[in-house]
Design a binder for this molecule. Structure first.
Ligand code: SF4
Length: 213
């Protein structure tokens, strides 16, 4: 499954977890999968949700429009960090500020993957980008971060995603989970080396397991 993705790609892990949660929640038929272009779009051929590929960085406003017209649907806003924290940063911040009903999943690998690995705001050399501090200032409903490396951390990611999805259904408002993810292709490392980088460098710089609600 998800064969278009490279070996070791975090999108595969993330979507596997998300798919399982929707199955458990028995809401698969209600989900609308709004996703960004680039590597996110490689998932579209493998999931069975109604969905839309949004212009780069515009997943959140498209999701808000879909949710406004389809109150009963679960609209998943799925994107990478390039979309969330670079080209779509304005949309993210204003959705948090307005407390729009959104459920955002950000796959953060610190690069623009499909265009060759250009660094984003969350690249490994930058420790100053604290999205949680910005979002907390807007008193959002739920934000959390986990890392997609080993079984234990993937279980934590699943727990956060379940909580975010339930919060979105029960309370609405702005809900987001960021999943720090390996991109072996653009790091030009083995999968094991990517996991080591995340464990040794990223954990030091990020407040991993950050959560607030
Ligand atoms: S380039 Fe990176 S993010 Fe894109 S599919 Fe490959 S491993 Fe995943």
């Amino acid at each position: 499954m998800y064969d278009l993705l490279c070996n070791g790609c975090g999108h595969r892990t993330a979507m596997g977890i998300i798919d399982k949660i929707f199955e458990d929640m028995k809401i698969k038929n209600d989900v609308i999968f709004a996703h960004d272009v680039a590597c996110c779009s490689l998932l579209a051929d493998y999931v069975y949700y109604d969905g839309i590929m949004c212009p780069h960085g515009r997943v959140i406003p498209v999701s808000i429009g879909i949710k406004t017209a389809n109150h009963k649907n679960f609209v998943l806003s799925y994107m990478g960090d390039g979309a969330a924290y670079e080209i779509g940063f304005n949309e993210l911040i204003h959705a948090a500020s307005r407390k729009n009903d959104v459920c955002v999943v950000v796959i953060n690998n610190g690069i623009l993957a499909m265009t060759g690995g250009q660094k984003t705001a969350t690249n490994l050399q930058n420790s100053n980008f604290k999205i949680e501090d910005i979002l907390k200032s807007f008193d959002v409903n739920f934000i959390a971060r986990a890392i997609l490396t080993d079984r234990e951390n993937i279980d934590i990611a699943e727990k956060y995603l379940r909580e975010a999805f339930n919060s979105y259904i029960e309370r609405g408002g702005f809900n987001m989970v960021e999943l720090i993810s390996p991109c072996p292709t653009n790091y030009r490392k083995s999968i094991a080396e990517c996991v080591d980088i995340i464990n040794s460098v990223v954990k030091e710089r990020y407040n991993v397991f950050m959560e607030c609600r």
